[in-house]
Design a binder for this molecule. Structure first.
Ligand code: CA
Length: 240
């Protein structure tokens, strides 16, 4: 799993150490900038996945830093304020932050907000493909358990050879997102794969014959013409 980098922009040493430690424990790589100018410099240099931005900073305020970042980047930004009244100011100014927390905050709360902001991030839909981990994935009535190597449809086990399993796993992990043919081939067969690109279509066809109610009219694995495939998230029912 690739590690996500946080740019922590903060001038209070006691905070820096506590947050750095807490976020490292949560698996993030942490880069620190101690004033507004350094923040912009570091942003260019370390290309973070998310920015934690204190409002009151030396040299340039967090509000100005946020505005500057927004001119060129849609990186998730969480503003950090010392008092809740500052939040109102930040929100009122519409500086383009994704979320706000007030000091003192708990690392757990912060991480929950960070993960939510990262999930919403538009970069998520255009950038790197999400990689599967060892957790069981459930999308609608399809479940895939990577450790047991078992796929079930409405609780019934569906036999699945390795490559089909890998393709399905990648589609499920990225459910709701279009995966291009290149992404799928790269991840499942390796970027040095030189075989027939029809191989992917054959695997998709076999998958459909197993998990679609009507393989000729798929509702789960959808073809996005000219692009690739998408595993459709189940539509929410009224009662849900
Ligand atoms: Ca400060």
């Amino acid at each position: 799993m690739s590690q996500q980098t946080v740019l922590l922009v903060e001038d209070e040493e006691s905070f820096i150490e506590a947050v750095r430690l807490g976020l490292s424990r949560e698996g993030f790589a942490v880069e620190v900038a101690r004033d507004g100018h350094e923040a912009l410099e570091m942003f260019e240099r370390c290309q973070p996945d998310i920015v934690l931005l204190d409002v009151m900073l030396p040299k340039m305020s967090g509000i100005d830093v946020c505005r500057r970042l927004r001119q060129t980047s849609d990186v998730p930004i969480i503003m950090v304020t010392a008092k809740s009244s500052e939040i109102d100011t930040v929100v009122g100014l519409e500086v383009g932050a994704d979320d706000y927390v007030t000091k003192p905050y708990r690392i757990r709360e912060l991480v929950a907000r960070m993960r939510a902001a990262l999930r919403r991030s538009p970069r998520d839909s255009t950038g790197e493909i999400a990689l599967p981990n060892s957790d069981t994935i459930v999308v609608g009535d399809v479940a895939l358990d990577p450790e047991e190597h078992v796929v079930t449809l409405r609780g019934e086990v569906v036999p699945m050879p390795l490559k089909e399993f890998d393709v399905l796993r990648l589609l499920l992990t990225n459910a709701g997102r279009v995966l291009t043919r290149e992404m799928l081939i790269d991840r499942v067969w390796g970027s040095d794969y030189v075989g027939d690109t029809k191989t992917l279509d054959v695997h998709i066809k076999r998958l459909r014959s197993k998990i679609e109610d009507d393989p000729s009219a798929p509702t789960r694995i959808i073809t996005i013409r000219g692009l690739g495939y998408k595993f459709e998230r189940p539509k929410r029912t009224e009662s849900a």
